[in-house]
Each structure stands twice: as structure tokens, then as C-alpha cells.
Design a protein around this ligand. Structure first.
Ligand code: XMP
Length: 512
């Protein structure tokens, strides 16, 4: 593949590291997050146009605090240190970092020197997010102060000759007004990037590389109907046409009409070699009597692989197997790990008994929003590209307790009504995930003059950017009323609808 301009982001453990990489890419410059102890040789080899040191929770004086080799400052490559990254730069170059009595936190006025290339087009006073206890007390020789707050004397510094820059604030978060412009200035004014990273160039280059690599060999792809595997399949279809075979395991746990829609788009609009396996009965049988959420996930993940393996055996040997891995998966598996709350089985995990020689991961370098842009670039319909996230185990984890065919039908209908009303009221773009849950709760109701004893449907809607935290969406009462009334009137066996008003944390988005 043609080498794009590259920015290396050295990861010192900060919580916003992925965001930094995304912001850089939003400025049309390709970036990669790498461990902070990457070797100098490796950096030279990658020929980055610039380097960014991320923030991190450590103090430069901490016993095991993460540090990079000092030679990095002699490479002649521009460096921007953010928060801990700035403090480390100062510490290694002979300045002084000190612990403040009080933590400085919040979106705070930073007075800057806007003649610096880093702050071109900025006013003198700007609101940026500060979040630190240690601060730079004395800057190293050769550096200038280019910013301060009321309590932090060195909120921004530069060494123009060596192209070294440090900022105590976090330009990558939304709370920092025009923070992305600071990053852009670093990329364009200081690193002299031209911005050659676009989805068009990605698609063109990928198709070329995939063609060269695969030639006329057979490639197999497990299609879940989700955004990632769909985009991967269509990209490969463009590159190798009929040599791509997709297996779509329909576990019967997708939303109403979804499986048919996936089949239609892939077969009719893209003329893709698609094998749909209707495996609902098999999955329901395996799930029969199972109530524990993690057990359900495990069963579905394993059964998916079994079905996929059986189908692929019919095809015989293939050369390549496509995986829809995306960049956050790569970063998360290679770097820090948080505790497991849910096992997040992605249906389509790696099968052991498929006869293939090599894995292909065409989306490995992309963030989710870039995957979506790639989908649009490939002409995919918006309803597929902008699908809200849908868990691999599907509706099975939205039916509390045992999953049965009857419960699936109830949930599909209720969920479809909720989604329809959200779309009718134009809320589908502002609410990031919304769905119905079939609780295991039966309650007494009255319909006509009759007593009923039926299921309770819960509605869930959250606003979030990262799905790791989120707030419940304040859907107007009139809309909730309409949804509730339609569900109890149109869906048999439901006599009550409740709305979930918990944020994440402490609740999770899904109920199981
Ligand atoms: P939670 O429920 O953990 O969900 O707040 C966060 C996001 O992850 C999705 N999710 C899953 N996705 N397999 C998946 O592929 C799973 O097992 C799974 N569980 C939750 C959930 O829909 C939300 O977007």
C-alpha cells in the first residue's frame, strides 16, 4: 500500500488516547497508537511526520512511571506532549515538574501567545480542559512559555528550533473549544503534513492491495449483517468479485425483517456470492432452559462458529478468511485492559476447524466512524451504514431469562414499533442506541373488562459517543405515550410498558 503521512501516538496510559488518534485522522492525517517504549529504530523505520505523547495517570517521579528514550528528541521529528506527555518532555530535557497542592480540573481559561504556530488563528484567551495535579514549574533550556492559566504557570511551551511542543491541557476532548484546531496546527504548521488520509484514498489503495494479494484465490467471509463485516465484505467484493464467498449465519436473533434485508442487499444490490444458513431452530434448541446471560453469550458464540464451520466444510479449502477487526479492537487487545463486565462475544469469533491459510483484516486500521465512511464511499445504503450497534448475541440478551420462539416474536414486534416511532419523530440520529427489552416479568392488567396477566416490555434509549458511558435519553412524553399505547394495543401478550431511566454507569446499556 502507498505510504500515507504518519503520526505516531506514544501511549502513556491516558484515557483519551484513542480520541487523540481519531482527532488526527479527522484532520486527514493517518495516525497510529503505539506503546510508549517503542524503540528508536522502529520510529526511524516508520518515518513519522510527527509524534504525539499522550497524557497518563503517572507522575514523572513515580518509581515505574512510563518513559521513552531521550534520543527521541534528537530525531528531528516534531513532538507534541500532552499533559503527562509534556511533563515527561520537560523532565527528560532538564526542566522541573512539581506536585501542586490542589488538582486543577475543568474547562479553564488558558491565556496563550497566539504568535506561536501551535495557536495560529486563536484568540488570546481560550477554554481548554485541564486535568492535572503535577505541573511544569521550570521549563528546559531552549523552550519558551506560550500559555498559562491562573494557577498553572506553564500551560503551553515550545522549542521552535527543535519543533518540540508541550500543552498541559487536553485538546482532544470536546470540552476544549476548538481543541482540534490546536492538533491541526501541529500537523499542518509544524509537522508540514498535507492531509493525504481520506476514505477515497483508503478504498482505492485497499482494493489495489487486496487484488494483488488475493489474486484469483478463494476467500471466505462470515457475515453477521453488522456494519463491520458488511463493509469488509463489500470492499472485498470490489477487489475480487465472485472469488469472495460470504456465509451469513442467521441465528434467528436479529431484529424484525433484518435477516431478509441483509440477504436482499448483498444478493440483489451487490450480486455477492452469499450463502444464508437459517439456523434459528438450532440456536433456540441450544438456548432452551438457559437463563444466565454469560451462558447465553457463550452458547451463541460457539454455535455460530459450529454452523460456520459446517458450511465452510462444504466449500472445501479456502485461502483466506476475512475478519472484521477494527482499530479499537487492535488497540484494546495490545495495550491496557479493563475488568470484564460482560464478555462481549462478537458473533463470528475465530473458527478453529475452517481450512484456511491466512486471515485478512481489511478494516484493521479504521475507527468505527471511518468504517462507516468507507461504507458510504462504497455506495452502501445509509440504513445499513448507520445501523445502531447491535450485540452479537442479538435479541437473546434482550429477552431476560429463557429465550423462546414466542418471546422472540413478542420482542421483535415491540422493538419494531419503538424504532418506527423514533424514526417518525426524527430522533434516530440523536439517540445513539434504542431498543426494547422483554422483561421476564408478568403483571396484572385490564383490557376491556377483562383481567390480563401478561409481559412487561421495557424501553431503553441512550445518548453516548463511546458506549462505555452514556446517559438515558429524555424522549418527550408524547412520543413515549404513543409507543406505549401502540405496543400494548398491537403486540399480543404485552400489557405494560416501562421506560429505563438509568444512565451508564451504574447500569449497562443492555440489560444482560
Ligand atoms: P453494555 O451493555 O456493556 O453495552 O453497556 C455496551 C455496548 O456493547 C454492546 N454489547 C455487545 N456487543 N456482543 C457485542 O458484539 C455482546 O455480547 C455485547 N453486549 C453488549 C451493546 O449493545 C452496547 O452498544
Amino acid at each position: 500500500m502507498k505510504e500515507n503521512e504518519l503520526i505516531l501516538i506514544l501511549d502513556f496510559g491516558g484515557q483519551y488516547n484513542q480520541l487523540i488518534a481519531r482527532r488526527v485522522r479527522e484532520c486527514n492525517v493517518y495516525s497510529e497508537v503505539v506503546p510508549y517504549d517503542i524503540s528508536i529504530e522502529k520510529i526511524r523505520e516508520r518515518k513519522p511526520k510527527g509524534i504525539i505523547f499522550t497524557g497518563g495517570p503517572a507522575s514523572v517521579y513515580g518509581e515505574n512511571s512510563p518513559k521513552c528514550p531521550k534520543e527521541i528528541f534528537e530525531l528531528g521529528i516534531p513532538i507534541l506532549g500532552i499533559c503527562y506527555g509534556m511533563q515527561l518532555m520537560v523532565h527528560l530535557l532538564g526542566g522541573n515538574v512539581k506536585k501542586a497542592d490542589k488538582r486543577e480540573y475543568g474547562t479553564i481559561d488558558v491565556e496563550i501567545n497566539n504568535t506561536s504556530l501551535l495557536f495560529e488563528t486563536f484568540e488570546n484567551k481560550n477554554k481548554f480542559l485541564m486535568s492535572h495535579t503535577d505541573y511544569v514549574e521550570k521549563i528546559p533550556e531552549g523552550f519558551q512559555n506560550i500559555g498559562h492559566t491562573e494557577t498553572c504557570p506553564n500551560a503551553a511551551i515550545e522549542n521552535q528550533d527543535k519543533k518540540l511542543y508541550g500543552i498541559q491541557f487536553h485538546p482532544e476532548v470536546n470540552n476544549s473549544i476548538n481543541g482540534t484546531v490546536v492538533i491541526k496546527n501541529f500537523l499542518y504548521n509544524i509537522c508540514k503534513c498535507t492531509g493525504d488520509w481520506t476514505m477515497t484514498s483508503f478504498v482505492d489503495e485497499s482494493i489495489k492491495t487486496l487484488k494483488e494479494k488475493i489474486k484469483d484465490k478463494k476467500t471466505l467471509c462470515a457475515l453477521s449483517g453488522g456494519v463491520d463485516s458488511s463493509v469488509a465484505a463489500i470492499l472485498l467484493n470490489r477487489a475480487i468479485g465472485k472469488n469472495l464467498i460470504c456465509i451469513f449465519v442467521d441465528h434467528g436473533l436479529l431484529r424484525k425483517n433484518e435477516a431478509d434485508e441483509v440477504e436482499r442487499v448483498f444478493k440483489e444490490e451487490y450480486d455477492i456470492n452469499l450463502i444464508r444458513v437459517n439456523a434459528k431452530e438450532r440456536f433456540l434448541e441450544k438456548l432452551s432452559g438457559v437463563t444466565e446471560p454469560e451462558k447465553k453469550r457463550k452458547i451463541i458464540g460457539e454455535e455460530f462458529i459450529r454452523v460456520f464451520e459446517e458450511e465452510s466444510r462444504k466449500i472445501g479449502e479456502v485461502d483466506f478468511l476475512v475478519q472484521g477487526t477494527i482499530y479499537p479492537d487492535v488497540i484494546e487487545s495490545g495495550l491496557g485492559k479493563s475488568s470484564v463486565i460482560k464478555s462481549h462475544h462478537n458473533v463470528g469469533g475465530l473458527p478453529e476447524h475452517v481450512n484456511f491459510k491466512q486471515i485478512i483484516e481489511p478494516l484493521r486500521s479504521l475507527f468505527k466512524d471511518e468504517v462507516r465512511k468507507t461504507g458510504l464511499e462504497l455506495g452502501m445504503p445509509e440504513n445499513l451504514v448507520f445501523r445502531q450497534p447491535f450485540p452479537g448475541p442479538g435479541l437473546a440478551i434482550r429477552i431476560i431469562g429463557e429465550v423462546t420462539d414466542k418471546k422472540l416474536e413478542i420482542l421483535k414486534e415491540a422493538d419494531s414499533i419503538f424504532r418506527e416511532e423514533i424514526a417518525n419523530h426524527g430522533l434516530h440520529k440523536s439517540i445513539n442506541q434504542y431498543f426494547a427489552i422483554l422483561t421476564n416479568l408478568k403483571t396484572v392488567g385490564v383490557m376491556g373488562d377483562e383481567r390480563t396477566y401478561d409481559y412487561t416490555i421495557a424501553l431503553r434509549a441512550v445518548e453516548t459517543t463511546d458506549f462505555m458511558t452514556g446517559i438515558w435519553s429524555k424522549i418527550p412524553y408524547e412520543i413515549l405515550e404513543k409507543v406505549s399505547s401502540r405496543i400494548v394495543n398491537e403486540v399480543p401478550n404485552v400489557n405494560r410498558v416501562v421506560y429505563d431511566i438509568t444512565s451508564k454507569p451504574p447500569a449497562t446499556i443492555e440489560w444482560e
